[in-house]
Design a protein around this ligand. Structure first.
Ligand code: ZN
Ligand code: ZN
Ligand code: ZN
Ligand code: ZN
Ligand code: ZN
Ligand code: ZN
Length: 423
């Protein structure tokens, strides 16, 4: 028993065949029609065999291994089609080219069409019909070629700014180039958002800094932007942390603020910093620092209890807005620190009061009782061992002495640094 001969390998070229061959079945049917013709062919034939089919075009066959074929083909011969040559088909044809009757490969897709009709639902585009503008690789069809929102002329670049986000294209007349990157352009509004000009008159520099003055409990801030040279720093976090940025107007306005305003600004601006995390973790300044802020801003040295009460009152009015809730969180965390500050402060003040009583006794013993009666205690700072007293202006010279010699002597006798509180 001999094994059946291997199938005869052939190739089929259908590039001149004009009937449609949409699927495998149509190929099978075509082959069944071809096979009887093959049986009449010389198995050793090494030239191509062309079957002219008139209106249906032509088919070309070729025996791939004439030397290996059996001596004769018969009804039992099996053929194996090893390759088929087809006309390349354009699967993704350019849509806009179609009306002219040409099928051209369209490698691009229209983003806008895809958004309307779903991914891959949109028009295909050849490189002649695709619209590609500067700024972003966002291809669109001619129908969706964007017009400049300002003037209606054809857009030439996608705006990379925060308002447009590469979705709006503007014409050349409405382009504002990025100052340092030639590939990026903006519309006027987006440019002004990104590179706002400094609010200081005739400055002309970019205002990279935002004024941190808070206008409302909701957290709305001053819209002013300032350059580094015109920005004021309100050092509410002490000398080693970046203070709040203030525009010239709000820096000048500090001195006109009420105690409540000052404390509100401190808390509201810190809450905003926390939200943006722009300047690292933000904590409210300690009571002693706030007390000094009030001395600087308002020229008044308040009792720590009074300063503490400003925070307590602000907490009571914190509302349910997002800004209010953030302020409340900050204030609640701060309450413990304030309590510690108050305790420490009371201890210090007791010590200070004792120094102060000693000062009064000393003055009285010196025969200056009338001067002693005009003084009042202001503060004691234990780290500096400094006793601050308030002195009415009309007797200030008498108390301070020539070149400060009076206070220096009194301080030396008391064992403290004696200072006159600013007003
Ligand atoms: Zn086209
Ligand atoms: Zn489109
Ligand atoms: Zn325009
Ligand atoms: Zn824009
Ligand atoms: Zn400036
Ligand atoms: Zn401002």
């Amino acid at each position: 028993m001999t094994s059946p001969p291997p199938p005869v390998p052939v190739s089929l070229d259908v590039r001149e065949y004009r009937e449609p061959l949409p699927d495998a079945d149509s190929y099978l049917a075509l082959w069944q029609w071809i096979e009887p013709h093959l049986l009449r062919v010389d198995p050793r034939e090494d030239r191509s065999l062309r079957l002219d089919l008139g209106d249906r075009g032509a088919l070309t066959l070729r025996l791939l291994d004439p030397a290996g074929n059996p001596d004769a083909f018969g009804p039992g011969t099996e053929f194996a089609v090893r390759g088929i040559l087809e006309t390349p088909r354009v699967r993704y044809a350019c849509g806009p080219c179609a009306p002219s009757g040409t099928r051209v490969y369209g490698p691009f897709q229209c983003h806008a069409c895809n958004e309307e009709k779903g991914k891959d639902g949109g028009t295909r585009l050849c490189d002649r019909h695709v619209v590609i503008l500067e700024g972003a690789f966002r291809t669109v069809c001619p129908d969706h070629a964007p017009a400049c929102p300002a003037c209606g002329r054809p857009g030439v670049f996608w705006c990379d700014g925060g308002r447009c986000r590469n979705r709006r294209a503007w014409c050349a007349a409405h382009r504002v180039p990025h100052p340092g990157d030639a590939r990026t352009s903006y519309c006027r509004d987006c440019f002004d958002d990104r590179f706002p000009s400094c609010v200081a008159p005739r400055c002309g520099q970019t205002g990279y800094l935002r004024c941190e003055h808070v206008r409302s409990a909701g957290g709305e801030t001053c819209p002013h932007r300032v350059c580094a040279a015109h920005a004021g720093r309100w050092q509410i976090y002490g000398p080693h942390r970046r203070g709040l940025v203030l525009c010239p107007t709000h820096l000048a306005g500090l001195r006109g603020m009420s105690r409540e305003d000052v404390v509100f600004q401190i808390v509201a601006a810190t809450a905003l910093r926390r939200r943006s995390r722009a300047a690292g973790p933000a904590l409210l300044p300690r009571l002693s620092v706030v007390r000094h802020i009030l001395i600087h801003v308002r020229d008044e040295a308040l009792d720590m209890g009074v300063v503490d009460a400003l925070f307590t009152r602000l907490r009571a009015t914190a509302d349910g807005t997002r800004g209010g809730a953030e302020m409340a969180t900050l204030l609640d965390a701060h309450a413990r620190v304030r309590e510690q500050d108050l305790d420490a402060f009371r201890g210090d003040q007791e010590l200070g009061r004792r120094h102060y009583e000693a000062l009064l006794r000393m003055l009285t013993a010196d025969g200056r009782g009338q001067l002693a009666e005009r003084l009042s205690f202001s503060d004691f700072r234990p780290k500096a061992n400094a006793l601050y007293v308030r002195v009415p202006p009309d007797v200030a010279g008498l108390f301070i002495g020539r070149g400060g010699s009076g206070v220096r002597d009194l301080g030396a006798r008391l064992g403290v640094t004696l200072k006159v509180e600013k007003r």
